[in-house]
Design a protein around this ligand. Structure first.
Ligand code: UDP
Length: 250
């Protein structure tokens, strides 16, 4: 069931954005489309939209309850959420608590090495360029944000990791790394936007010691490990059990 909505404003790889009757709010529809490797690998994964929407909603509620400003306003269906309209800053902010993925391809760091304090990497959000890794100097050269805004982004990202890492730890899930996107609302406030889901985070199940079996995120799709939606379902199940109603789990 889809809620009443206005025109389609934007369609991305995993979500569609629709207008509402308020200019400062939009509706986000989470799609079942899965992509990896800059959309070179594609599939339809039944139920992915619902799982990512519900997981993200819970995590936004948890973060809001901890005083972290997000674009999230509420759910509007299984695969729909209402959010504040924001101008997305073209940065992908990646926090890494454990070395894996591109970090291990580009450096001699061994897979699984703990990183504390977390490593914060910035990428330029540009599919045509393949989301290249940035330096602070390049962020300024490109005029993406100024120094004060960049510090605020880094602080917010670390606060988010400071909430999420212990939360997932309590669910026997290691938050290995994750990607954030931030935006500015009409009042110019910096908000967490986009989604936080197994599409954008890596989770390792602490209840399994097997290096493949423990993967509960999009790496199952990237590496053709099978059981992708079962893994996302397990993450939702744990997030729900931990926090049936986030207002009561501070
Ligand atoms: N990530 C993402 N979108 C991207 C790139 C990365 O959500 O376009 C997430 C990814 O799921 C992982 C983290 O950011 O949780 C770090 O990814 P990494 O840089 O290791 O890239 P990958 O190995 O996925 O190419």
């Amino acid at each position: 069931m889809s809620p009443d909505h206005g025109e389609l404003l934007y369609e991305g790889k995993a979500k569609r954005i629709f207008a509402t009757d308020r200019s400062d709010r939009v509706l986000v529809e989470f799609k079942n489309d899965a992509t990896a490797f800059n959309a070179q690998k594609k599939a339809q994964l039944e139920d992915k939209g619902r799982l990512n929407c519900q997981i993200s909603a819970r995590l936004f509620e948890l973060l809001e309850a901890q005083g972290i400003p997000t674009h999230y306003l509420g759910l509007a269906g299984d695969t729909w959420m209402v959010v504040q309209r924001v101008k997305v800053i073209p940065l992908e902010v990646v926090l890494r608590n454990i070395a894996t993925g591109s970090l291990c391809k580009q450096t001699p760091l061994q897979e699984g090495t703990p990183i504390s304090p977390a490593l914060l990497d910035l990428y330029y959000k540009d599919d045509a360029l393949g989301d290249p890794l940035l330096t602070e100097a390049r962020v300024h050269l490109l005029g993406i944000v100024d120094g004060a805004r960049l510090s605020a982004i880094e602080q917010l990202a670390r606060r988010i990791n400071g909430v999420l890492q212990p939360f997932f730890d309590g669910l026997a899930l290691q938050l290995v790394d994750f990607k954030l996107e931030l935006g500015l609302n009409s009042a110019g406030e910096l908000l967490l936007a986009d989604e936080i889901s197994p599409d954008t985070c890596r989770f390792w199940d602490q209840r399994s010691s097997d290096a493949e079996e423990r993967i509960l995120d999009k790496d199952r799709f990237r590496k053709d490990l099978g059981g992708v939606m079962e893994a996302y379902g397990e993450v939702l199940k744990r997030v729900h059990t931990a926090c049936p109603d986030p207002r009561y789990c501070l």
